[in-house]
Write a protein that binds this ligand. Structure first.
Ligand code: GLN
Length: 286
């Protein structure tokens, strides 16, 4: 039996009370995002039409999402959407939910590389395609290669490339840089898995629902990063850029690995929380 029809004001109030009681700090916003998506309404319309009823099917969809949200599912997976670099991206449980700190990789590429050159740039482990899509949109002269080993994630990236009409974003199924030719790439960017399996943060919040292969890499979290750095000098053109996102305490390891592989001008950038988050280096062959 379906619930009796409630007006928008009641639905908003009841859902945000339940979310707040479950400890959600943005309860009112979350309730509105889910009600808006279920009913096809903007937040301003939800506020403007408190007495209006949504259809029974819309109300049922909304209550179903609220129940799943109360069970911890990330709002981005319920909506199938997350904003990154001002782009509305499709996401799914096959992909990580793009995070603001990953925008550092986008910023570094934009700052360091010439806008009007016909560069080839690889995004290793592209997931939803967030990094590659942001750069493909910002730099029409560049060709972005989004490389991903997981077919379901690659399908999400393909959806984003098509929806955003990014003809300069090519998606390739493959393992890190194994599909790239020697000395063919101007920059390699990656937000690889880098969390340690015993990291307590894995049992809290959204991360519990994210693909484990996109989060964890070896006992010290550095397996994928070692592979990427070791192989990067084979794929990069002389002087090419390598930029990798990593954990707050992994900066020294990244700098050491890049130095061993002959990278120069190694620099680590901090995220908004003041933690080391992205390390860049340049291939130093002449
Ligand atoms: N930054 C993510 C986290 O802290 C981890 C994502 C990753 O390993 N690339 O949960």
């Amino acid at each position: 039996m379906s619930a009796p029809l409630a007006c928008i004001a009641e639905l908003r109030r009841s859902a945000s009370t339940r979310l707040a009681a479950a400890g959600h700090t943005s309860a009112a916003l979350e309730a509105d995002l889910l009600l808006g998506a279920a009913a096809g309404l903007e937040r301003t319309q939800l506020i403007a039409w408190p007495e209006t009823c949504v259809s029974p099917a819309q109300q049922q969809q909304f209550e179903h999402w609220i129940a799943r949200r109360l069970a911890g599912e990330p709002i981005a997976y319920l909506l199938g959407r997350r904003e990154f670099w001002s782009l509305e991206l499709r996401v799914s449980p096959a992909t990580l939910i793009p995070r603001p700190e990953t925008e550092i990789l986008v910023e570094q590429a934009l700052e360091r590389l010439p806008a009007s050159a016909a560069l080839q740039i690889a995004d290793l482990g592209t997931g939803s395609g967030a990094i590659a899509a942001a750069l493909a949109r910002a730099r029409p002269h560049w060709t972005l290669l989004g490389i991903e080993r997981d077919a379901a994630a690659l399908a999400v990236a393909a959806f984003n490339a098509a929806e955003l009409q990014l003809d300069n974003l090519k998606l390739i199924r493959g393992d890190w840089s194994s599909t790239l030719g020697a000395a063919s790439i101007d920059a390699i960017l990656s937000n690889p898995p880098y969390v340690r399996p015993d990291d307590p943060h894995l049992v809290e919040g959204d991360v519990r629902f994210e693909p484990i292969a996109a989060l964890i890499s070896g006992d010290d979290g550095l397996n994928a990063i070692r592979t990427i750095i070791t192989d990067a000098s084979r794929c990069l053109r002389p002087g090419g850029l390598l930029a990798i996102e990593h954990g707050w305490d992994q900066g020294p390891s990244l700098r050491g690995l890049m130095k061993t592989q002959g990278f120069a001008a190694i620099e680590t950038l901090h995220d908004l929380a003041g933690q080391e988050r992205v390390t860049c280096g340049c291939d130093s062959r002449t």
